[in-house]
Design a protein around this ligand. Sequence first.
Ligand SMILES: [Mg+2]
Length: 309
Amino acid sequence: MQLTQRQLKQFIYAGLVGDALDVPVEFKPRDSYRIDAMLGFGTYDQPAGSWSDDSSLTLCLMENLTENGSMVTLFDKMLAYMTTGKYTPNHELFDIGNATRRAIFNYSKGVSPLECGDCSEFANGNGAIMRIAPLAIILLTEKDFKKRSTMIREYTILTHAHERSVIGSVIYVELLRELLLGTELTVVLGTLQQRLQLVGFTEVELAKYQCIFDQDFGKLPRAAIKSSGYVIDSLAAAIWCNLVAHDFQEVTLLAVNLGEDTDTVAQLAAMINVSQKLETVIPDQWQQALIIPPEIHTIITDFTEKFGD
Ligand SMILES: [Mg+2]
């Protein structure tokens, strides 16, 4: 199965929109603001429609996949992002996570790509999960779960090498892939946990993600959902938004208004939502407000032409 170019474009734009909606309020406490439109300035003083590191690093991966690049060429792109502001809406770097910065720095000093990521338990931010959604497209036709999880692992450990981050990435990409193939969200959540046990993850680390597999997870009140930059919190919050709301706009705004590290939560939530119904129409006013320089448009077009029908 292959997505149409139009569907693939929706998938990509959903993430950009989720990310950009939140840029002005990233790291603000819950209920200290209310977003319902694409606004500018705020946290990073960027104009409306600016998207952040989540999308920049996703674009690096998209371009690298289009070019059949290696982990070395992917790191070269991330290095260009960090040092020159390439892959940004306004040709300016305004946001990068600590673990990602350290990994790129390691690469620039000659460390081999698969050794650059931080394997500390304290390096489990959402910096890897925020950039790997395109893998769900590449892996749509890969039937072997072990092969899929190996590939997801390799792309994750470039920056985040602890098992917890790898599990988070595998859950997220598997979720997107299954949804794109037409499986219902609750059905995916009901079967995924068992599959994770097949590829050698430790029980201790798998147990950290238990909450999202609990049948009543979607019944938890908003107050029980954390939306920090910790990989488990970000992924759980994005899934929760999709369990309690369904419409793209509703899900994305629910995520954006959770507070704290909401650009990533909103990006993940938007991509989970759009994967469930690729005919979803992203509100025109949001999509049109995005800042898409010509070189970014080219990356998106080349990717959709290569991997879409
Ligand atoms: Mg960000």
